[in-house]
Design a protein. Structure first.
Ligand code: EPZ
Length: 416
């Protein structure tokens, strides 16, 4: 398993390039199966979740190749078959293929994607809303077997603005008969990226990024092309790393327009920012200030994926902070690890109450999942002494090379 070693206490300075968005890349790779053609996905991150999704679409006959940071996918000769979730199920990437496989082939077999440590991760809404469009499901308890001779456009009222559900319904709707309207859709920038890609392939989608999305079904799609936006969660993670250590950084390619809830928080914590076409310049002026209350919500609210990095940063802020996690049921997993570093946190009713301490102390830690692992890294950056984090392969699911990136900002960080 990968380990990371950090000698903390060094202010971050310099510039780092922000990778393309993981959560845009994954549904777009699934969407390539909807059309026979050559697709271009520029600025694609080279991360484990992308490599795993490539395995899945290659298992269906897609041919893929890289040119630098640009990924090309040829889906002219697909050979559809059962999708096998080879990993321990924590990737959950196969669920994003449900809508695309039904839309193109009218059938799909995949294993129920496993839950993960941050929550159960059910897929009941996906099955119910695809059923409304004409999909019939088998009754296996371990596999999802789905058939739809012809998907039919309907109106959906989502019970929650679920990101994956919105993406699956859009992909199921682009080749369906008639018009589909999705109410209470997720508004994440990754939805807009997926719809931009599908429209470049000949789809007819309006309202992406808003609460109501309309998709008029078409007969066929062709090759699509997109340049992925910068990853707002990776950019936010590194920004919070700078806040915990102090210093001044340029986050090249950071999508400031997708970070409208974080940027004011950075200012309230004692940071100042300058936004240019290069990205975000961030400088922490003086002390690190506490943030009284933050709630995680669907976009444009504060993203749940930055909850752990924010929690780590606030542990050494001056004052008392609180963060309420409203999206997932078990996303405070790093609290015991932060307490080992001397953090003062208590949890009540999915709210973390943090009393800032002078400085965390480095020790041996264990990563359990993607964003929590990244949060432990930035906690180590700001801690005194040395921090050693085990089980870091989770982090490489979403960060191309967190050690390389933070080293470019002057951190004393080493990892395999
Ligand atoms: C996407 O997951 C992201 N993953 C997650 O990022 C992100 O945390 C999440 O959206 C919320 O923003 C990708 O885009 C690949 P949801 P998704 O459906 O689609 C419940 C990361 O770190 N729910 O919006 O799975 C669910 O349990 C990952 O990059 C049901 O109850 O999230 C959760 O509580 C982690 N039934 C809530 O909805 C369902 O059928 C929101 O989940 C589906 C979801």
């Amino acid at each position: 398993m990968k380990q990371i070693f950090i000698r903390g206490g060094v202010p971050l300075n310099g510039k780092v390039r922000i990778q393309g968005s993981k959560n845009a890349a994954l549904p777009i790779l699934a969407a390539t199966l909807l059309a026979g053609g050559e697709h271009e996905i520029k600025n694609c991150p080279k991360i484990a979740d992308v490599y795993y999704m490539l395995e899945l679409i290659r298992s269906q006959g897609a041919v893929t190749y890289w040119k630098g940071r640009d990924l090309y996918v040829n889906t002219c000769h697909l050979t559809p078959g059962p999708l096998e979730e080879k990993k321990e199920g924590t990737m959950r990437s196969s669920i994003f293929l449900l809508g695309a496989m039904l839309g193109r082939f009218g059938e799909v077999v995949l294993e129920y994607p496993g839950g993960c440590v941050i929550g159960d991760r059910p897929v009941d809404w996906h099955l119910a809303h695809l059923h409304k469009m004409g999909t019939e499901f088998g009754d296996s308890s371990c596999q999802i077997t789905a058939k739809a001779s012809r998907l039919v456009g309907v109106e959906h009222e989502l019970p929650f603005p679920s990101v994956g559900l919105t993406e699956n319904l859009v992909m199921a709707a682009v080749l369906a008969e008639g018009t589909t309207v999705i109410h209470n859709a997720a508004r994440e920038p990754e939805i807009a990226a997926l719809c931009e890609f599908l429209n470049s392939a000949g789809a007819c989608i309006t309202g992406a990024g808003q609460a109501d999305i309309t998709i008029v079904g078409v007969n066929a799609l062709h090759g699509g092309s997109i340049t992925l936006p910068g990853d707002r969660i990776v950019a936010g993670t590194y920004a919070l790393g700078c806040m915990i250590t102090g210093g001044g950084v340029l986050l090249e390619g950071a999508p400031a327009g997708h970070m409208t809830r974080l940027i004011p928080l950075l200012h309230a914590m004692g940071g100042s920012t300058l936004i240019t076409e290069e990205g975000i310049y961030l400088h922490r002026r003086e002390g690190l200030c506490a943030i009284p209350y933050t709630v995680t919500e669907g976009y444009p609210g504060f993203p749940t994926d930055l909850q752990s990095p924010l929690l780590a940063a606030l542990c050494s802020a001056d004052g008392e902070s609180a963060i309420e996690e409203r999206i997932f049921g078990n996303r405070f997993r790093i609290v015991p690890q932060l307490e080992k570093m001397g953090a003062d946190i208590h949890i009540k009713d999915n709210v973390a109450y943090i009393r800032g301490v002078e400085k965390l102390q480095g020790t041996t830690l264990k990563a359990e999942e993607l964003r929590g692992g990244a949060a432990l890294v930035i906690a180590g950056l700001g801690a005194g002494g040395e921090t050693y984090i085990e089980n870091c392969s989770h982090i490489y699911r979403g960060y191309e090379n967190i050690c390389r990136d933070l080293s470019e900002l002057g951190a004393r960080i080493y990892g395999e």
